[in-house]
Design a binder for this molecule. Structure first.
Ligand SMILES: [Zn+2]
Length: 299
């Protein structure tokens, strides 16, 4: 009886794995323009106080988020500009209303403004979801003159494709850019994965998501420098991809900006490091490694 049950469980897992394999197309042997060995996407989720508001966090947390809109975003823009890096700022629609000057300045400097949902959530109701995506896209377009083509969100893949989005930078099932599609290979959308180990909030967020004291994180920036350098170096050696996830209210603090400055300076000391926007990576992937239509994955 127990063995039968185990068999059933294993066959269910097998079906799940087959479904996963059918829906994911990893770009295995990716090459970058001009012989670059690695592409590094610096991304910033411009949440400011919005997520704290959605989670109904206390005033001190709202103030922490506000720092991101008043100071942190400007410091990040200055840092990226100083290094000649083009970054991607994933911006909720509501934040366009709160900090229009910062969004405009980022766009003017050549950084990509991507969608990060209307108010940092995706409604279950399909019509409302469509309305949110439209409102966020319009808010970005109003400030930058361009509708976003990339997102970091839980939005439905088909809705994104129908609205001209060419990539999401959200899921983390792989360390390389990959396509996610329906099981028959249709409706593919590129995902540019990041990882929580390369996310500033995992290391520097005190009183995080209503957490208790024992869950707090306040790490030494030098320690985080070492972790992120090790991740970068491995990708560099293997010819890969790194998506660094920052938040202006977290990394905008002076000591962390200084750490990022050292990190970027060291990355730039190696030849063949490319710092594009996510859109540039996405367009390159789509051009050089378009999704296969019929999904026969070869290992
Ligand atoms: Zn966010």
């Amino acid at each position: 009886m127990a063995a039968d049950h185990l068999d059933q469980e294993l066959s269910r897992l097998g079906a799940k794995a087959a479904d996963y394999a059918a829906r994911h197309q990893v770009i295995d042997k990716i090459t970058w323009p001009n012989g670059a060995r690695v592409a590094v996407n610096f991304t910033a989720d411009f949440d400011a106080m919005l997520l704290r508001r959605v989670l109904n966090e206390p005033p001190m947390q709202l103030a922490k988020g506000e720092f991101g809109g008043r100071v942190g975003i400007w410091r990040l823009i200055e840092l990226f500009n100083g290094h000649g890096i083009k970054a991607t700022i994933f911006t909720p629609g509501r934040i366009c209303e709160l900090y229009p000057q910062a969004v405009k300045a980022a766009s003017k400097s050549g950084h990509e403004i991507g969608d990060h949902m209307w108010e940092h959530r995706v409604p279950d109701d399909a019509a409302l979801e469509r309305d949110h995506l439209e409102k966020a896209s319009s808010a970005i377009e109003k400030l930058t003159g361009r509708r976003p083509v990339g997102t970091r969100s839980w939005h439905t893949r088909s809705l994104l494709s129908d609205n001209g989005f060419i990539y999401n930078s959200h899921d983390t099932p792989d360390h390389r850019p990959h396509y996610v599609s329906d099981a028959d290979g249709s409706r593919p959308l590129l995902n540019l994965p990041f990882h929580l180990a390369i996310d500033d909030a995992m290391f520097f967020s005190f009183t995080w998501l209503n957490s208790e004291n024992e869950a707090q994180r306040m790490m030494d920036p030098d320690h985080v420098f070492d972790i992120w350098w090790a991740a970068f170096e491995r990708e560099y050696q293997q010819g890969g991809y790194l998506n660094v996830c920052l938040h202006p209210f977290v990394s905008g603090r002076a000591l962390r900006i200084a750490m990022l400055d050292r990190l970027i300076t060291r990355m730039k000391s190696l030849p063949g490091v490319w710092f594009p926007t996510c859109e540039q990576v996405a367009r390159h992937c789509l051009e050089t490694n378009p999704p296969r239509l019929s999904n026969t994955r070869v290992h």
